[in-house]
Ligand binder design. Structure first.
Ligand code: Q46
Ligand code: ZN
Length: 314
């Protein structure tokens, strides 16, 4: 197997591009795909500081690495969800990455903001874990960006993630979600940071290969709550399609973005205002995070409380 660029020994074959690359040329290909994503969707400029949301996994650390390597001003944001050993280990990976590259890492603890770590929030509210977690992550990411002066948040979502989300949204014709599905979400309020996904052109296999070739030390284990998630089932279906027909995921996602997304624009029109409790942006009077926080507090204070201090796993 020969590298398409230099003819040397290839280390990676990319069937959907009908190509193979050596390590140096694959890294170059990877950087070019990221640069193209940033250019095409006007994600950010060279002058803007970028807050990179890192989980300790391969995608977000590969993203942070490529942005540092290509000369952007960045800081990492790690959200400590308090999910047992998974959080301890993933935080250590982010701290190690930041220290080795002399980068700033901001750490926010869900337990500080919510009064309980994610597993306890779930017990106190009976809300599905990933729903409480997703809500908390979106809230804390935006709050950190606004408070620390970052106009844009970059996340490590890759082509596989985006295709799986699109698949789920199409299956249920969630038009609101389809109107929001984009590699770049603009700011529509002074207290709302832009959100961008510079890896959306790269597959999970490609980000894993990049992370490996760059010697990035990342957490391999998934969050324990990810088991059985619908998004994983959707990914598996798309993986089977991709195996039979390389490029299927790319065509599905890019076809939507280029040909179909316009039909859903405007499906969701919301007016943002500031939460009466915390001052962050929301569509109602009180934001979903503050409502959840209030529920947690009431459960902790009440006789049915399941969140005694000693029970917490952090
Ligand atoms: S939402 Fe759910 Fe993830 Fe939160 S609880 Fe874990 S699996 S981390 S992407
Ligand atoms: Zn609020």
């Amino acid at each position: 197997m020969k590298c398409r660029k230099c003819g040397g020994q290839a280390v990676l074959e990319l069937p959907r591009h009908n190509a193979a690359f050596c390590s140096a040329d694959f890294q170059e290909f990877f950087r070019k795909q990221v640069a193209e994503a940033i250019r095409k969707h006007k994600m950010f400029t060279r002058e803007e500081p970028i807050l990179v949301a890192v989980s300790g996994g391969k995608d977000s650390l590969a993203l942070w690495d490529v942005l540092i390597e290509t000369g952007y001003e960045t800081a990492g944001l790690y959200l400590d969800l308090g999910i047992f050993d998974y959080s301890v280990e993933s935080k250590a990976k982010c701290e190690g990455f930041a220290a080795a590259r002399g980068q700033k890492l901001i750490v926010e603890r869900v337990a500080d903001a919510m009064g309980a770590p994610i597993p306890e929030v779930q017990k106190a509210t009976r809300r599905p874990t990933c729903s409480a977690c997703g809500l908390s992550k979106r809230y804390l990411m935006n709050r950190a960006a606004v408070e620390h002066g970052y106009p844009v948040i970059a996340t490590g979502h890759n082509l596989d993630d985006e295709a799986a989300v699109l698949f789920g949204n199409v299956l249920h014709w969630q038009t609101d979600a389809l109107s929001r599905q984009s590699p770049a979400l603009a700011s529509t309020h002074p207290k709302l940071a832009r959100r961008v996904k510079p890896l959306y052109r790269l597959s999970e296999r490609e980000t894993a290969a990049y992370a490996f070739l760059r010697g990035i030390d990342y957490i391999v284990d998934e969050c324990p709550f990810a088991k059985g998630a619908t998004s994983i089932a959707h990914k598996q279906i798309l993986d089977r399609l991709e195996e039979q027909s390389p490029g299927a995921k790319h065509n599905f996602l890019f076809g939507f973005l280029e040909k179909a997304k316009g039909y859903f624009d405007g499906a969701e029109s919301v007016t943002l205002q500031q939460c009466a409790v915390c001052g962050q942006v929301t569509t109602g009077e009180i934001c979903a995070f503050c409502k959840l926080h209030d529920q947690v507090k009431r459960r902790q204070a009440g006789p049915l409380s399941s969140t005694r201090e000693g029970d917490r796993h952090e």
